[in-house]
Design a protein around this ligand. Structure first.
Ligand code: C5P
Length: 315
């Protein structure tokens, strides 16, 4: 994708002080999962949508590569070489042939292993922040190419908005639609789900005597995006991973039902789950539905969010 840097075009290409980057979470408005490929990934046809739930990554000059964090998952998320942020910084440094020296700090709001691509979001933020800190001068497409080796959702989180994802999700093209703000309720669950386990569960269900019905193509969703009616959009939301996530966490059915009974236009599992998302008719409706879900104590926390949002950006 050869998109300009947009509002950041005037950014100096090297920062001497701290670089602070804000990055959104994603949901999948449509997630069609094809067969398992020989490389261990499934072929995808998905519509990504960036929502107003953000992590913030700050990069400062340093003599080594160090990572600290606060917020969601602090104390449980490993901050060593296995962390996607450290891997992203090292991958960029290797490509640009610069020393991977930076002090990185993550303020985390996006829950872990939630189906909201929090890890990929942090990798996207790291690529952008370190590119500016080190003055490596990569284009967004070059950062996306490095990002694709780290996680399927990283290229989308560099771009943001609403976009079609193909390949294993790493190949992204923006969807041009009339500017519309969609209002969501995001019901975060206790505990996470492992993405590979959810994909493996879907493969097993598809081999079973009663395989789940595959979701239709994304055409209805694409035409719904061109209209401004949330009820039309709601009818077109679909996720092939939903039956697999529910098979692993049966209580998600109750969460989806509770949101619909509270007046949501549509309810679906976000990505590989266990987060459930609900489309609301407007901002006030979203607040009301989140209130009902919180009062019912049916999930860890229900919050409201808007979309689409830009991808990783310097603040
Ligand atoms: O790329 P990402 O790190 O998000 O993928 C995590 C795992 O999820 C992969 O190793 C694979 O098991 C599964 N996956 C898949 N097909 C995709 C994306 C992810 O099977 N398109």
């Amino acid at each position: 994708m050869t998109e300009a840097w947009g509002p950041d075009d005037d950014e100096p290409r090297r920062h001497h002080g701290p670089v602070r980057v804000r990055v959104p979470a994603k949901i999948n408005m449509h997630l069609g999962v094809g067969p398992l490929r020989p490389d261990g990934y499934h072929e995808l046809n998905t519509v990504y949508h960036a929502i107003s739930l953000f992590d913030e990554l700050t990069a400062r000059p340093g003599d080594t590569l160090a990572l600290t964090m606060e917020g969601e998952g602090a104390g449980s998320l490993a901050l060593d070489e296995t962390n996607l942020i450290i891997r992203a910084a090292r991958a960029l440094a290797a490509r640009a042939r610069v020393p991977a020296h930076a002090r990185l700090h993550l303020r985390k709001t996006i829950p872990l292993a939630a189906g909201l691509a929090g890890g990929s979001a942090d990798a996207a933020a790291t690529l952008l922040a370190c590119d500016l800190l080190w003055g490596t001068g990569m284009s967004r497409d070059e950062l996306a190419e490095i990002g694709a080796t780290l996680g399927s959702d990283v290229p989308f989180l560099l771009h943001g908005g609403t976009a079609l994802g193909t390949g294993h999700g790493e190949s992204v093209s923006p969807i041009l639609a009339r500017p519309t703000t969609w209002h969501w309720v995001v019901a975060v669950a206790d505990g996470g789900l492992s993405t590979p386990e959810v994909y493996a569960k879907l493969d097993a269900l598809r081999e079973s005597p009663f395989p789940p019905k595959a979701v239709p193509g994304a055409d209805d969703l694409m035409s719904a995006l061109r209209q401004r009616d949330p009820a039309v959009l709601g009818a077109a939301l679909a996720n092939d991973l939903q039956p697999a996530a529910i098979a692993l966490r049966p209580e998600l059915s109750g969460v989806l039902e509770a949101g619909q009974e509270a007046g949501a236009l549509a309810a679906l599992v976000s990505g590989s789950g266990p987060t459930c998302v609900f489309l609301a008719a407007g901002a006030a409706d979203a607040e009301r539905i989140a209130g009902v879900l919180n009062a019912a104590g049916i999930c860890r926390e229900a919050v409201t969010a808007r979309g689409p949002m830009p991808g990783a950006r310097v603040t």
